[in-house]
Design a protein. Structure first.
Length: 222
């Protein structure tokens, strides 16, 4: 599976070009499924208007509104209650998964509970994550980002990439997401990590990360 791990969506021409390069056909010919589940577990977001904005492409962070041929919804909390035959073929056939931000541990929990986490490595689709939707691919997220606590109390996530992500670096609406905070966070993270702002994304093909940026970012490759 090809991954495009963003902080704030497909925000600029460089990230957009990277996405187009990862697809095997034009965006206008691609089907997409959007996954809003992570939003429900975040205390600043939750269910309601923000989830609706993501699903309908009304939000400022470009994801759903990029001109896809079709966009459907994959609600992870519903999947355990329906037969796999009802949703797995749909996921296998879609070209792109668009995964919203929110709470990374809540998203990780429902990716596992739903069975999507086990399916992801076998997919040929492009996975486009935003914020928590990107962080969930890491081995773990670090105490700085723990909000919703899973039953096991761990900060571990899916470990489909070998690095962790500190998103929204120096964002004007998130005064605690400073470079100093990122450096302190990285010091407590086992393995490599990246701090990225909303103009930056990490493209991963064949397990190899490549930073795409029109903003600022910092690697912590210990």
């Amino acid at each position: 599976m090809k991954l495009l791990l963003t902080s704030g969506g497909v925000k600029n021409k460089s990230i957009h070009a990277a996405l187009e390069d990862m697809l095997d056909k034009p965006i206008a010919d691609c089907s997409a499924l959007c996954i809003p589940t992570g939003m429900y577990g975040h205390p600043w977001v939750g269910p309601g208007v923000q989830a609706w904005k993501f699903i309908t492409g009304k939000e400022e962070n470009p994801m759903v509104n990029l001109g896809w041929k079709s966009v459907g919804i994959l609600e992870l909390t519903a999947l355990p209650s329906i037969d796999e035959e009802r949703w797995m073929p749909l996921v296998r056939e879609t070209d792109v998964l668009l995964v919203s931000g929110g709470d990374a541990l809540y998203l990780s929990y429902w990716m596992r509970q739903s069975g999507l986490a086990d399916l992801l490595p076998s997919l040929r689709s492009v996975y486009v994550g935003m914020s928590a939707g990107s962080m969930v691919m890491a081995p773990h997220i670090g105490d700085f980002f723990v909000g919703w606590t899973p039953p096991n109390g761990s900060d571990k996530t899916l470990h489909l990439v070998d690095f962790a992500i500190f998103p929204h670096l120096d964002h004007e609406m998130l005064p605690h997401n400073t470079m100093a905070a990122a450096e302190k966070w990285a010091a407590g993270i086992e393995g490599p990590a990246y701090a990225i702002d909303d103009e930056t994304a990490i493209k991963v093909i064949g397990g190899v990360p490549e930073v795409i940026s029109e903003g600022h970012w910092k690697p912590f490759l210990s």
